[in-house]
Design a binder for this molecule. Structure first.
Ligand SMILES: [Mg+2]
Length: 120
């Protein structure tokens, strides 16, 4: 079975970069550009992992993660935060986010983290 990922980021360039990375590894890739879209997608699909940007317009990644985990506590979410956002990171982990990665990230390291979480 091919692994499935949902990439949530308001920046098109970041979505594209991550989409290409995971498609090369034969993942089924879904994308969303803000928290509202991510929540709507989760009603249709059940990805093995969600990569969630923190800073997005309309609904940020923390709020979206909290909402998603309320209804789907088994979902694995990795949040991409800015450097030094300790307060946000704590809230995210308290809500059940599995891992926080600081932007800008090394994509090979991100890929490694995702593989570890999905195969764990
Ligand atoms: Mg952003």
């Amino acid at each position: 079975m091919r692994p499935e990922i949902l990439i949530v980021d308001d920046q098109k360039g970041v979505r594209r970069l991550l989409e290409e990375l995971f498609k090369k590894d034969d993942w089924i890739v879904h994308t969303a550009s803000d928290g509202f879209e991510a929540i709507a997608k989760i009603e249709e699909i059940t990805p093995h992992i969600i990569l969630m940007d923190m800073k997005m317009p309309n609904m940020n990644g923390l709020e979206a993660s909290q909402k998603i985990l309320e209804n789907h506590p088994h979902l694995t979410i990795v949040m991409m935060t800015a450097y030094g956002e300790m307060d946000v990171i704590k809230k995210a982990l308290d809500a059940g986010v599995r891992r926080c990665i600081t932007k800008p990230f090394d994509i090979m390291k991100l890929r490694q983290v995702v593989l570890e979480l999905v195969t764990a």
